[in-house]
Design a binder for this molecule. Structure first.
Ligand SMILES: [Zn+2]
Length: 309
């Protein structure tokens, strides 16, 4: 068995978070911190979720409204300006990133991708009001002297998840794809399209920016964080592919289960995942925070994608 506890097992203590994954401390009395990204752009975070706001001459453009930051965002904006929120950009439709948007319904212009509109119509959730402006490929949100370049690059995490680029501030926000210093959230952050997810990490790595706002974790990211994640997922793909090719069917299976194809396959896939985990642990076990928490999920997701996509 590997040093990493198998999926579903309860262990005493997960591996310590490496220093490289930690961010600036949050004042416990406030519960959030603001990071000045320059030229009127700010990140607000509780070191778990991240939103962004941009101050222009007449008001504020807010990007995302996570429920966990609902009480913090108005206070954070008030630390910087007394102007109102005039625009709200949705990164994507998931409620954990925009579920506090209702407070701005009818007050701010909401901008999102057309697939996000479709998903929100389907959800019919009053917590997530429908966008007023949608786009297909690209949209420039220019308000006063400030500018955000919104673009869509297809499905990866979920349809409608967009890139939000602040060129003047050299900042790129893409949510739920790259996790600076951390293992991606389970199952490649629930990527709905795994090949699309690989393509999007590579695309992010190729773009011109200095700061990545990823929607999660305790700090902003750099190009080096994107490169590290790209290297990890490429190693994951290689390890899962190698395990699929070198694992034999039926080893250790009770012969009485030989006529149960579900059991035969489960036995095979479990040993594929075990080999995948054991291959990756020596190199990656201490480099990415929470490697031990989700490496089984990542290996199961990867072997499935390699067999089916
Ligand atoms: Zn999401």
């Amino acid at each position: 068995m590997p040093d990493i506890a198998p999926i579903g097992s309860r262990i005493g203590k997960y591996m310590d978070i490496p220093e490289s994954a930690k961010g600036p401390a949050v004042d416990p009395a406030k519960g959030y911190r603001i990071q000045d990204l320059g030229k009127g752009l700010y990140m607000v975070t509780d070191n778990i979720y991240q939103a962004m706001f941009m101050v222009h001459e007449q008001g504020v453009i807010l990007v995302d409204a996570p429920p966990s930051l609902a009480a913090h965002i108005p206070k954070a904006i008030a630390e910087v300006t007394r102007k109102p929120v005039t625009h709200l950009v949705y990164s994507h439709a998931h409620i954990d990133h925009i579920g506090a948007a209702q407070a701005l319904a009818g007050k701010a212009t909401i901008v999102a991708h057309e697939e996000t509109l479709r998903l929100l119509q389907q959800a019919a959730d009053p917590k997530r009001p429908l966008p007023n402006i949608t786009f297909k490929d690209r949209y420039t949100l220019k308000v006063g002297g400030q500018r955000l370049e919104l673009s869509y690059h297809g499905n990866a995490h979920e349809p409608g998840n967009i890139f939000i680029h602040a060129p003047e501030q050299r900042t790129l926000m893409v949510v739920d794809v790259v996790f600076p210093g951390w293992m991606p959230w389970r199952r490649l952050a629930l990527a709905q399209d795994v090949p699309g997810y690989f393509a999007q990490v590579k695309l992010i790595e190729s773009l011109d920016f200095d700061v990545l706002v990823s929607g999660h974790v305790a700090r902003t990211g750099t190009k080096a964080d994107v490169t590290l994640q790209r290297e990890f997922i490429e190693d994951l793909k290689a390890a899962a592919g190698q395990a699929l090719g070198s694992t034999a069917l039926g080893v250790g299976l009770n012969p009485a289960d030989g006529s149960n194809p579900w059991a035969v396959f489960d036995n095979y896939i479990d040993r594929v995942a075990l080999q995948c985990v054991n291959t990756l642990t020596p190199k990656w076990g201490k480099r990415l925070a929470a490697f031990d928490v989700y490496i089984w999920d990542q290996c199961y997701t990867m072997e499935q994608s390699l067999r089916l996509d």
